[in-house]
Design a protein around this ligand. Structure first.
Ligand SMILES: [Zn+2]
Ligand SMILES: [Zn+2]
Length: 200
């Protein structure tokens, strides 16, 4: 597998869920197995199971501090993990702990000379959960109900409107297009639309 010719630290994928290691590559034959991201996923890579978010958080902070990637993709397993266990208290705690880790990451970015003032951060969820009364409620997800389909996106950074709240239709694939615009990746083939409404 080819890494980037001179910078293996350019793009990092750090995830609590091992299965997300697949995101380091793509299916397009032109790019498959080429210039893939460096990965640190799950207990010990694909097929080894999920790890605790506190481990992922430590690896993220180390990576930002020492490896200085230009693109970093992070996944925390909470609150999805506790939701599936039908553990309501764990679910709420998972939201709070993830929120506080994300805050620590952003504080680091704002205070680090390499990143401050020129870095964008997106926080999103890849799905919601069933509404009360749909199937087993918050425990699962994956249907077309409003709860499953409604997701959040927070965008932080110098390019974006500050303190604005927008409530309009967008999809995850639009984040991909927006990141492509921020990085000026003109060769990116995305079916999403750039979320211009986020920009100042
Ligand atoms: Zn899930
Ligand atoms: Zn649903």
């Amino acid at each position: 597998m080819k890494k980037h010719p001179n910078e293996s630290n350019l793009v990092w994928l750090i995830t609590s869920k091992d299965k997300l290691q697949v995101l380091s590559d793509c299916k397009d034959p032109k790019w498959k197995n080429k210039y893939i991201a460096s990965t640190d996923c799950g207990v010990n890579g694909l097929g080894t199971g999920y790890r605790h978010d506190s481990i992922t958080f430590k690896r993220v902070m180390y990576t930002l501090d020492v490896r200085k990637p230009k693109v970093l993709f992070v996944n925390f397993r909470e609150p999805d993990f506790s939701g599936h266990k039908s553990d309501w208290n764990g679910y709420i705690r998972g939201i709070q702990q993830t929120d506080s880790m994300v805050h620590e990451i952003w504080k680091f970015i704002e205070n680090d000379p390499y990143y401050q003032g020129k870095t964008a951060m997106f926080i999103t969820n890849d799905h919601g959960r069933h509404l009360d009364g749909v199937s087993n409620g918050y425990v699962s997800h994956g249907c077309n109900c409003e709860g499953c389909r409604r997701i959040h996106l927070w965008s932080f950074g110098p390019d974006f409107k500050q303190g604005a709240y927008l409530n309009q239709a967008a999809e995850l694939i639009d984040v991909n297009a927006t990141v492509g615009e921020l990085l000026q990746l003109h060769s990116l083939k995305s079916n999403g639309r750039v979320l211009w409404e986020l920009f100042q």
